[in-house]
Design a protein around this ligand. Structure first.
Ligand code: HEM
Length: 504
């Protein structure tokens, strides 16, 4: 009866009901076999799970990190939840996360590939790969990006130019109010474009706009509740319509775009003068063309640049979007940054990375924005690279491990007012910048974000250049700005507001 009602609700007919029955039976058998595994008894404790559905009803799909924080209070710093029929060990709080990701870095350095990413990247590229493939691609990517100036003067110069394009684009709007999201996304994406494609795009280039729009849409879909359902029941959802279909279509279009870029690089490649990341990868592919197990193959190039675009565009631009919103809500914080800019930089030259050391308040605000917004609250899921004994429990190789970054960034023992935006978290009593080991916005250990230095440079230069030129004033009363998340899942997305960018 239940099956018939469910089938009717989904608009399925007779054969559809049979298909649903078969799928549910397969899932039940999988669940049953998994729960019979001998190691189950040694996983950390956690809330009891329903057959097939796991802990679906204990985790709020609109704010999963909050639910996990609450479960952590109940079950302790290491507990297990069930994603459908798969166990996931959650690490909660500074000590457990640091012990796993840093002290036992190698053991916890695996990537657990969620069903949605399995369908998208199929273990290719950096973010979704493991073992030798991951080591080689990550090492190559980091050293190539460094050679092209990541964290150095040449990329700083590129950032400064792009910040100027951003200021001009905002000025061209001629004092009308605007939502800056689109322009921020173009500017952040252009930094990755320069490193990967060797060039930037105009903010009105149609192909570029489609590219950045699709990346943004995918981030929203990936952070929404539907994808969590997909990750629990991929086999069923693959048969159903929904936002996941849009995600896969966008991904196919993005791959087409990247393939065109790779092809045009192949046609104009000069091996002695590599222009960018793609050229370097193509050269490496040629060097290793006779090695039968080489990781430097077309599909890994494609997915490495897909990873760099996705991880490098939305993260930085969403953080900037949050920063503008928070500074518009707290004009007194904005005024203090304006004063620091006036004192240290003045108005005759642009801010540079060297200025950061003399701008502790601005530095503290940027760190606090990142802490407060908690952009990637559950990190990307990890796995253990072998059977691991951890705090008296046994975590079998391949089990999903969730380092709950939220629990470190908002931990009650580390921060004075964890749930409030408070730049003093990063300032000592003399107003000097104060580092914190619990600042894990970029995660920690062997999988730590490889774009950290680039992102930090971008955040500082874009924000200070914008604040040197403008006052951010919301269209509505600043007190009414709601700085709680609009969407919370893989990433935390802010509400959308319009602002006046008033020239200073
Ligand atoms: C504010 C900006 C950013 C934040 C908050 C951020 C945060 C993160 C986090 C939390 C992870 C997961 C680490 C883990 O698995 O434990 C990650 C991974 C990654 N990030 Fe970032 N990221 C940012 C910017 C960037 C940029 C600009 C790039 C590109 C250059 C980038 C490239 C990557 C890649 C490729 C991975 C996968 C690493 C791996 O699996 O080994 N990220 N990032």
């Amino acid at each position: 009866m239940f099956l018939y009602s469910l089938a009717a609700a989904m608009g399925l007919n007779g054969p559809g009901t049979t298909l649903l029955f078969v799928l549910l039976s397969v899932l039940f058998i999988k669940w049953f076999l998994k729960h019979k595994q001998p190691w189950k008894g040694r996983l950390p404790p956690g809330p009891s799970a329903l057959p097939i559905l796991g802990n679906l009803f204990q985790v709020d799909r609109r704010a999963p990190n909050k639910s996990l924080m609450k479960l952590g209070e109940q079950y302790g710093p290491v507990f297990t939840i069930w994603l459908g029929s798969c166990p996931a060990v959650v690490l909660c709080g500074h000590e457990a996360v640091a012990e796993a990701l840093i002290e036992r870095g190698h053991d916890f350095s695996g990537r657990y590939v969620l069903p949605v990413f399995r369908k998208l990247a199929n273990g290719l590229g950096i973010a979704s790969s493991n073992g030798e493939r991951w080591k080689q691609l990550r090492r190559f990517t980091l050293s190539t990006l460094k050679n092209f100036g990541m964290g150095k003067k040449s990329v700083e110069q590129r950032n400064l130019e792009e910040a100027q394009f951003l200021v001009t684009a905002i000025r061209n709007k001629k004092d009308t109010s605007l939502s800056p999201n689109f322009l921020l996304r173009c500017a952040s994406s252009n930094i990755i474009c320069s490193l990967v494609f060797g060039d930037r795009f105009d903010y009105e280039d149609k192909r570029f706009l489609t590219l950045t729009e699709m990346i943004s849409e995918n981030m929203r879909v990936l952070s929404g509740p539907w994808i969590q359902l997909y990750n629990n029941f991929p086999t069923i959802l693959d048969f159903l319509p929904g936002p996941h279909k849009k995600l896969f279509r966008n991904s196919a279009d993005l791959q087409n775009f990247m393939n065109q870029m790779i092809q045009s690089h192949k046609e104009s490649l000069q091996k002695d003068v590599p222009r960018d990341f793609i050229d370097c990868f193509l050269i490496k592919m040629e060097e290793e063309q006779h090695k039968h197990d080489s990781e430097f193959i077309h599909m890994n190039l494609l997915w490495t640049i897909m990873d760099l675009f996705f991880a490098g565009t939305e993260t930085t631009s969403t953080t900037l979007q949050w920063a503008i919103q928070i500074l518009a809500k707290y004009p007194q914080v904005q005024e203090k940054i304006h004063s620091e800019i006036d004192e240290v930089v003045g108005s005759c030259r642009r801010p540079t990375v060297e200025d950061r050391a003399n701008m502790p308040y601005t530095d503290a605000v940027i760190h606090e924005v990142q802490r407060y917004i908690d952009l990637v609250p559950m990190s990307l899921p990890h796995t253990v690279t072998r059977d691991v004994e951890f705090r008296g429990y046994l975590i079998p190789k391949g089990t999903c491990v969730v380092p709950l970054l939220s629990s470190v960034l908002k931990g009650t023992s580390q921060w004075e007012t964890p749930e409030e935006f408070n730049p003093n978290h990063f300032l000592d009593e003399n107003g000097h910048f104060k580092k914190s080991e619990s600042f894990v916005a970029f995660s920690a250990g062997k999988r730590i974000c490889p774009g950290e230095s680039l992102a930090r440079m971008e955040l500082f230069l874009f924000l200070t250049t914008l604040l040197q030129s403008f006052v951010f004033k919301p269209v509505i009363d600043h007190k009414e700005i709601d700085i709680s998340p609009a969407i919370s899942g893989l990433a935390v997305v802010p509400n959308d507001y319009e602002f006046y960018f008033i020239s200073r």
